[in-house]
Design a protein around this ligand. Structure first.
Ligand SMILES: Cc1ncc(C[n+]2csc(CCOP(=O)(O)OP(=O)(O)O)c2C)c(N)n1
Length: 738
């Protein structure tokens, strides 16, 4: 393979170095340095290996055997970041933190080859790669406390803050945590990424927490090479835009000694004060953004050359030579030998197995162990603790409950039974939520477990992501369905992918409670009555629970919580706002929408497995398939139709992902006519999925659907013009039968 300018520049510059008088390798390598000569040599080896992995990535790519060429060249100073923090500090790494990864790998006692092999297997997308198993090229390893990251820049900062928060909260509550009590979260990223909303969300949340005196032990590491692909970061932008409340440290990222010393101070600051800090490393970017990048199209020759002159690998080489620890000749021999070794390993890894089937690929997406879920779902607090939690009156003795009350009682039971359950969101704690669903829970379970967050959905979910991966069972609340979209990537790109990209080695169980759907009486307009869940429906592995009735809500919430604990499941629990306080079904005062609380002893019996629908009635003429508010409307319509002699049955899907396909087909076949009553939009709404399932299963009867309009929901009564109505359901049913 032809040598890159970076390689020739390095070898020529090393050859020209002048050896200095030998220093004791066990003493600081330079006056005032925190690294000994020996340690500096070791770190040089990791820097060198990281550089040669970048060379290997290109070689593999040229041979059609490698699939990723974003490298770490120019950023190898981050080896010293790894050396200055603890191996047990959870790390969420930038895609250029290769030398950090190799250094940490070696620090845990693994052979240098093991770290190299991890990365090479990632480049070649081999199924033997130890974290993502060929699904992506990531830095991650459960034994190294390195949590893998996606390619979405900055999306990991909210999680990193969540991890820091979790370390402290677990200690305070005395619950198990994946990381030691005095650990700190380490999170690296690029300089262009700092401007991303997710980064700002993470930095601000850390500052906001610290400002209030909350422990926030997170070390942000900005690896600033001055570029985001081709766009320059304005001079001094990182130091200028820094957040108050996040202590700032700066080092020359090309100078291993400076990086080590500064990281030591920064890490010490974060560890002892339990406060956030930003470590700003001024690096360079060598070899372009990625393999396919033609840097000369947007950078001058001078700019490229000035980066070359700052090559961190060369800088460490010079330090070693000047300290008399190695001669230029020895270094060059070392370079060549390592180069040959890494390229040979690369060719070997190119022959390792790859992913060969869809079944194999999707396997870690959504592990489901229903037996384990049932076993978890029946876990209840000790009777005395439960008694205390409910002030002596257990909810099953309260009589029939509303949906809102049933959710409140179920959350209380979960808080009483599992000390790792935490509830949080905007206005959730002191006020009890906009609709009072969580009222009284903070008082009973304390501000450590039920708390208000800042007004930022990315942070709410980021905290959950961090807590989940640390061993807790977070139950974040998103105040309204519309606002979930402000932070969707935290579910789509982060929560839902972690198991996939780590083959289940890391999991972030959570139950995201979302108040949603429309039909609030004349209140709120679109953003408080959003009826679209399309952005959730196609997320692989995500469970979407949509309870309509109080008893189902209790059982389904327990299922989601139990699935979180048993399988790491990420669930979205959609609560229909308009039904929170609904009491009646057919007539005023009939209390048909209330239900007794399923008592703990019977949870086993009343358990609702993921993906099982609920059927009402036994008519043989028409099946109305529905969910949420549609259930109440359909039941009311069905009673009127029955009065006219039509045999109706109503199927409440309850789970919108995965859809209860078996129950759906069975209910459809029983009547041969299916009317889907779907309160979401016509385009991209739930009914599209239901129709597709029926057709895929070969259902040959009639299918019709009524939905809400492809519109946003207007303010006031005008909403009724675009939302699915009971009258439309009835009319469509008559049309089908007529
Ligand atoms: C949210 C998002 N938008 C766009 C991209 C495409 N992208 C990949 S890397 C990159 C530049 C990032 O620059 P910086 O944060 O400075 O890191 P560097 O690559 O320079 O180390 C961009 C825009 C992405 N990965 N994620």
């Amino acid at each position: 393979m032809a040598r890159d300018t970076v390689e020739t520049h390095f070898t020529e510059a090393v050859a020209a170095l002048q050896a200095g008088a030998p220093r004791d390798p066990h003493r600081p390598i330079a006056d005032g340095a925190s690294l000994t000569g020996r340690r500096c040599q070791e770190l040089f080896e990791h820097q060198l290996s990281s550089r040669l992995l970048d060379i290997a990535a290109r070689s593999l790519r040229e041979q059609g055997q490698g699939f990723y060429t974003i490298g770490s060249a120019g950023h190898e100073g981050n080896a010293a970041v790894a050396a200055a923090v603890r191996v047990t500090d959870p790390a969420l790494l930038h895609y250029r933190s290769g030398a950090f990864y190799l250094t940490r790998s070696a620090a845990t006692g693994r052979l240098p080859e093991e770290g190299l092999r991890d990365v090479l297997l990632g480049l070649t997308a081999s199924s033997e790669e130890p974290i993502a198993g060929g699904r992506h090229k990531v830095f991650g390893h459960p034994e190294l406390a390195v949590i893998p990251q996606t390619s979405t820049i900055a999306s990991h900062l909210p999680r990193a803050v969540g991890v820091a928060f979790a370390i402290e909260r677990a200690r305070k509550l005395g619950v198990p945590c994946a990381w030691p009590d005095d650990s700190i979260a380490v999170c690296s990223f690029g300089d262009a990424s700092v401007n991303h909303a997710s980064a700002l969300s993470g930095l601000n949340t850390a500052a906001y927490g610290a400002y209030q005196g909350l422990p926030m032990p997170v070390l942000f590491v900005c690896e600033d090479n001055g570029l985001g692909i081709s766009v320059r970061t304005p001079e001094s932008w990182i130091e200028t835009s820094r957040h108050r409340g996040v202590e700032y440290f700066q080092a020359d990222g090309c100078d291993l000694l400076d990086v080590h010393e500064t990281t030591r101070r920064a890490a010490e600051y974060v560890r002892t004060r339990r406060a956030p800090a930003l470590l700003h490393l001024k690096t360079v970017r060598l070899m372009g953004h990625a393999g396919s990048d033609v840097e000369s199209a947007y950078r001058t020759k001078r700019e490229i050359e000035s980066d070359l002159a700052r090559d961190p690998l060369l800088r460490t080489a010079a330090t070693l030579v000047h300290a008399g620890l190695v001669t230029p000749e020895e270094l060059l021999m070392r370079y060549e030998a390592t180069r040959e070794h890494v390229l040979k390993m690369a060719m070997e890894t190119a022959r390792r197995p790859r992913l060969t089937s869809a079944t194999e690929i999707v396997e870690p997406l959504a592990p489901r162990r229903p037996d384990q879920v049932v076993a978890r779902a029946v876990i209840t607090a000790e009777p005395a603790a439960r008694n205390r939690a409910f002030g002596g009156t257990p909810p099953e003795a309260e009589g029939p409950l509303t949906l809102s009350q049933a959710i409140n009682r179920t959350l209380a039971d979960a808080l009483a039974a599992d000390p790792g359950v935490l509830l949080f969101g905007q206005d959730l704690a002191r006020k009890g939520g906009v609709y009072g669903v969580t009222r009284g829970l903070q008082k009973r379970f304390g501000a450590g477990r039920v708390f208000d967050t800042l007004l930022d959905e990315q942070s709410v979910l980021g905290l959950a992501l961090g807590m989940g991966v640390s061993g807790m069972l977070p139950v974040p609340e998103i105040q309204y369905l519309a606002y979930l979209h402000n932070a969707l990537d935290q579910i789509r790109g982060e929560a839902a992918t972690l198991s996939f990209f780590s083959r289940g080695a890391f999991r972030n169980p959570m139950v995201v409670r979302v108040a949603g759907y429309a039909y609030q009486k004349g209140f709120g307009g679109h953003f408080h009555n959003d009826n679209s869940i399309t952005a959730l429906r196609d997320i692989p592995g995500l469970v979407i629970a949509s309870p309509a009735r109080p008893d189902d809500a209790a059982s389904m919430l327990r299922t989601c919580l139990a699935a979180g604990r048993a399988d790491g499941t990420v669930s979205v629990f959609l609560e229909p706002i308009a039904l929170y306080n609904t009491r009646d079904l057919f007539d005023a005062g009939d209390q048909g929408w209330l239900a007794p609380y399923p008592p703990p002893a019977r949870w086993g019996e009343t358990h609702v497995p993921i993906g099982r629908a609920r059927s009402y009635g036994d008519g043989r003429d028409l099946t109305i398939v529905t969910f949420g508010n549609g259930l109440r409307m359909s039941l009311r319509a069905a009673v009127r139709l029955t009065g006219e002699g039509v045999g109706c049955r109503v199927l409440d899907l309850r789970w919108l992902a995965p859809l209860p396909t078996e129950d759906l087909i069975r209910a459809a076949e029983l009547t041969g006519r299916v009317l889907i009553a779907d309160e979401t939009r016509r385009t991209g709404g739930v009914s599209e999925g239901v129709v597709a399932e029926l057709l895929d299963a070969g259902f040959s009867g009639r299918i019709s659907r009524v939905t809400s309009r492809d519109s946003f929901v207007p303010l006031g009564d005008a909403a009724n013009h675009v939302l699915l109505s009971e009258a439309e359901i009835e009319e469509a049913a008559r049309k089908m039968l007529g």
